[in-house]
Write a protein that binds this ligand. Structure first.
Ligand SMILES: *[C@@H]1O[C@H](CO)[C@@H](O)[C@H](O)[C@H]1NC(C)=O
Ligand SMILES: *[C@@H]1O[C@H](CO)[C@@H](O)[C@H](O)[C@H]1NC(C)=O
Ligand SMILES: *[C@@H]1O[C@H](CO)[C@@H](O)[C@H](O)[C@H]1NC(C)=O
Ligand SMILES: *[C@@H]1O[C@H](CO)[C@@H](O)[C@H](O)[C@H]1NC(C)=O
Ligand SMILES: CC(=O)N[C@H]1CO[C@H](CO)[C@@H](O)[C@@H]1O
Length: 586
C-alpha cells in the first residue's frame, strides 16, 4: 500500500532457500520392497557419472545420514504446555519488546494462533504514544490494517464464485464491466489476433469491442492484471466513482501483459470490489463485506468507518518522525486499504482461512484454491510469489502466506503457514521496523519449535476394529516378505524380514505401524524420527516417501482374511498373503 506522504519500503530477505532434495520417487517402496529397490539401484549404477572425488562423496553421505525425517511433520493435537514452544514464544515476546524501543513505533499488538487456539498474544507500548498515562493496548485495540483490507475483495470474489454469481475466477473483467477498455501494447499474443481482426473490420464493425483485454478477475486480485498501481493522476484520496474510473482507463495503458508479471495495484482491487458489488443484492461493497463476512464471523471490531466509538478504542497513529498522522479517508480506493481491525479479529480470520474455526464462509476446496500461490515473481518484486490476494515467501521450506499493510501512521502484517495451521499477526501504530523483518524473525523461532513439538508428540494411532483379517505373512513377488502382527492395544505393526534385510536395514527401521483410517485402509507411520534415506551400498532408500503412505487391503476371503494389499502411492500392487512363514536357504 502506498502511504500518502511516506513511501512504502520494500522488504527483502524473508525467503530462504530450501534444501535441495534428491527424491527417489521412482525407487518406490524401498523399505518394504528392498530387493526391487536394489535392482533399481543397479539400473541407476549403469548410468552413474564418473566417480567424484572421494572427499565430496563422503561429505554427501554424511549429510544424508544426518538428515532426519519427517522433514515436515504433520500437525497433531498438542498437550500444552510444551517447553520448547513456550521457550520460542518467550523469544518472540522478547524480540517485540525490543522492537517497541524503536523511535516512531509507540504501539504494537501481536497474536499467534495454532489450529483453533490462541498460543500467545503480546501487547506493547501505549495506546496513545503522546500520553505518558495512556494504557497498554490489548487484543481488542483497534489499528488501521491498510492493505490487509485487500483480503476482503478476494474473499468476495471467491464467495460470489462459489455462489455461481460469477461463472469463473478467470472471467475477463469485461464480462461484468462492459465499458472497460485499456491499451495493452505488450500483449504480443494478441497483436497478431488484432491484425486478423483488423482485416475483418470492414465486415464486422465493432468486433474489436468483444475482444477481452486479458484482465481477469483472478489476476486483478493477484497483482497480475498489469493494471497500473493507481488511476492516472489520482492519489488514494480520490473521491470519484467507477464510471469515472473506466473513463480514465480508456486512455491508459497496462504496464505488463496480464498474467506475465507481478505488479502491485491498488486500482485493481478497488475496481474489482466495486464491480463485484454491483453483482450483489447489497449493491455496495462495504455493505456486502459487513453482511457476508464480518457479521457472519463475529468480527465485531473490524470495519471501514472510523466513528467516535472506534476512535476511542484505537491506537494513535504516528509517522516515523514521531509526528501525529491524520486518519485519511480513502474514497474510491477504500477496498484497497481503508479498514481497521484488532489482533483478535485477525486471528479469527486466519483460523477461518485455514479451516480451523467453527464458523466458515468458504468451502474447504475453495480455501485450498485461495491458499495456493499463483505465480513466481521476478527478483525485483517484494515477495517471492504472488497469490490471490497474497504475498508468498518461503521459510524453512514452508509457504508463508502473507499480507502486509502500510498506511500513514500504521503498519501491519497478517500471515499464515497453512501446512502448520499456524498464524501470526502484528498490528502497529507507527512505522514498521526497517532493519529486520519481524515476521520472518518470529517464524524463525516458532516454526522449528512447533515442528519439534509435532515430532515429539505421542502418536495417537487408531487400532483396527478387528485385527484378525490383517494379521499374517505377506510377500511381494516372492522377493520381500512381511509379517503383520497386532500389538496389545490393537494397532497393527508390520515387520519386514527375509534374506539381506537383517543385514542391510537397521533393526529400528524394520518395523512400521499401521494407523487405521477406514474400512480396510491403513496409513504407514514411523513411530519415531527416522533418517530420510538409508544408504545401502550403491543404492539409496528413501524412507521419507514411505511415511504416510496408504495401504489398501483386499476384501476378506471366506475365512475372513484379507488376501493382500496394494500401496498405490508407491505404485506397488499385489502384495499377497502367504499361508506361513517361508524358510530361506542360504
Ligand atoms: C484442531 O482442533 C480441532 C477442534 O478442537 C480438533 O478436533 C483437531 O484434532 C485439531 N487438530 C490438530 C492438528 O491439532
Ligand atoms: C493523546 O494524548 C495527547 C496528550 O495527552 C492528547 O492531547 C491527545 O488528545 C490524545 N489523543 C487521543 C486520540 O486520545
Ligand atoms: C458505457 O458508456 C456509455 C457511453 O459513455 C454510457 O452511456 C453507458 O451508461 C455506459 N455503460 C455502463 C454500464 O456504464
Ligand atoms: C512365489 O512362490 C510360490 C511357491 O514357490 C509360487 O507358487 C508363486 O507362483 C510365486 N509367486 C510369484 C509372484 O512369483
Ligand atoms: C523478497 C524475498 O523474500 N525474496 C527471496 C525469494 O527467494 C530467494 C531464494 O529462494 C531469496 O534469496 C530471496 O531473498
Amino acid at each position: 500500500m502506498d502511504g500518502l506522504t511516506t513511501q512504502t519500503s520494500t522488504k527483502g530477505g524473508l525467503g530462504r532457500r530450501s534444501q535441495i532434495e534428491v527424491t527417489w520417487s521412482h525407487l518406490g517402496l524401498v523399505f518394504f520392497f528392498l530387493l526391487s529397490v536394489a535392482m533399481t539401484g543397479c539400473f541407476i549404477w549403469q548410468y552413474k557419472l564418473p566417480k567424484q572425488e572421494q572427499s565430496s562423496t563422503l561429505q554427501e553421505k554424511d549429510s544424508e545420514v544426518v538428515q532426519m525425517c519427517p522433514r515436515y511433520p504433520e500437525p497433531v493435537p498438542l498437550d500444552h504446555p510444551i517447553p520448547v514452544l513456550k521457550e520460542a514464544l518467550e523469544k518472540v515476546d522478547k524480540l517485540l519488546r525490543h522492537k517497541i524501543q524503536t523511535p516512531g513505533l509507540p504501539t504494537m499488538s501481536a497474536i499467534v494462533t495454532y489450529n483453533d487456539t490462541v498460543l500467545w498474544t503480546g501487547n506493547f507500548g501505549k495506546k496513545n504514544g503522546s500520553d505518558p498515562f495512556s494504557a497498554t493496548p490489548n487484543e481488542y485495540t483497534i489499528y488501521r490494517i491498510a492493505s490487509i483490507s485487500k483480503i476482503f475483495p478476494a474473499l468476495m470474489l471467491y464467495k460470489l464464485w462459489e455462489e455461481g454469481e460469477i461463472a469463473s475466477l478467470d472471467d475477463p473483467l469485461e464480462r461484468y464491466l462492459s465499458n472497460f477498455s485499456i491499451k495493452n501494447p505488450l500483449g504480443r499474443g494478441r497483436s497478431s489476433e488484432q491484425k486478423f481482426m483488423d482485416g475483418l473490420a470492414f465486415l464486422q464493425k465493432g468486433a474489436q469491442l468483444a475482444k477481452p483485454s486479458g484482465v481477469t478477475l483472478r489476476r486483478m486480485a493477484s497483482h497480475l492484471s498489469g493494471l497500473p498501481r493507481r488511476l492516472r493522476s489520482t492519489n488514494l484520496l480520490w473521491k470519484g466513482n467507477t464510471e469515472q474510473a473506466v473513463d480514465l482507463l480508456r486512455d491508459d495503458v497496462l504496464v505488463a501483459d496480464p498474467g506475465t508479471r507481478c505488479h502491485y495495484s491498488n486500482l485493481a482491487f478497488s475496481l474489482l470490489a466495486h464491480v463485484l458489488a454491483e453483482q450483489t443484492s447489497e449493491g455496495d461493497y462495504q455493505r456486502w463485506v459487513a453482511d457476508n463476512i464480518l457479521d457472519r464471523l463475529g468480527m465485531e471490531d473490524t470495519g471501514f468507518d472510523i466513528t467516535p466509538p472506534i476512535l476511542a478504542q484505537m491506537a494513535v497513529g504516528y509517522y516515523g518522525s514521531g509526528q501525529l498522522a491524520p486518519l485519511y479517508d480513502l474514497g474510491w480506493y477504500r477496498p484497497s486499504g481503508q479498514m481497521y481491525s484488532t489482533a483478535a479479529d485477525m486471528a479469527k480470520l486466519a483460523m477461518v482461512l485455514m479451516g480451523t474455526y467453527h464458523r466458515r464462509i468458504l468451502d474447504p476446496d475453495t480455501l485450498k484454491t485461495m491458499l495456493t500461490p499463483m505465480f513466481k515473481c521476478s527478483i525485483d518484486y517484494f515477495a517471492n510469489k504472488t497469490g490471490t490476494p497474497w504475498e508468498v515467501n518461503e521459510l524453512h521450506g514452508y509457504d508463508i502466506i502473507q499480507k502486509d499493510g502500510d498506511l500513514d501512521g500504521y503498519s501491519a502484517t497478517f500471515s499464515m503457514v497453512p501446512k502448520l495451521l499456524l498464524s501470526f499477526t502484528v498490528l502497529m501504530s507507527g512505522r514498521r521496523p526497517q532493519e529486520e523483518d519481524i515476521v520472518s524473525e518470529t517464524y524463525n523461532y516458532i516454526i522449528p519449535a512447533l515442528e519439534k513439538a509435532f515430532r515429539d508428540s505421542e502418536k495417537r494411532l487408531s487400532p483396527a476394529p478387528n485385527p484378525n483379517p490383517y494379521v499374517g505373512y505377506y510377500t511381494y513377488a516372492n522377493l520381500t516378505f512381511y509379517e503383520i502382527k497386532a500389538l496389545p492395544n490393537g494397532v497393527l505393526s508390520m515387520q519386514q524380514f527375509g534374506p539381506h534385510v537383517e543385514e542391510l536395514i537397521p533393526e529400528s527401521y524394520r518395523t512400521i505401524l499401521l494407523h487405521y483410517l477406514e474400512d480396510r485402509i491403513f496409513q504407514v507411520v514411523f513411530e519415531k524420527e527416522f533418517p530420510c534415506s538409508l544408504n545401502l551400498g550403491s543404492a539409496s532408500v528413501s524412507l521419507e516417501t514411505q511415511d504416510g503412505q496408504l495401504f489398501n487391503f483386499s476384501p476378506f476371503d471366506p475365512h475372513g482374511l484379507s488376501t493382500g494389499f496394494d500401496a498405490p502411492g508407491l505404485n506397488t500392487y499385489n502384495v499377497v498373503r502367504i499361508p506361513r512363514k517361508p524358510v530361506f536357504y542360504h
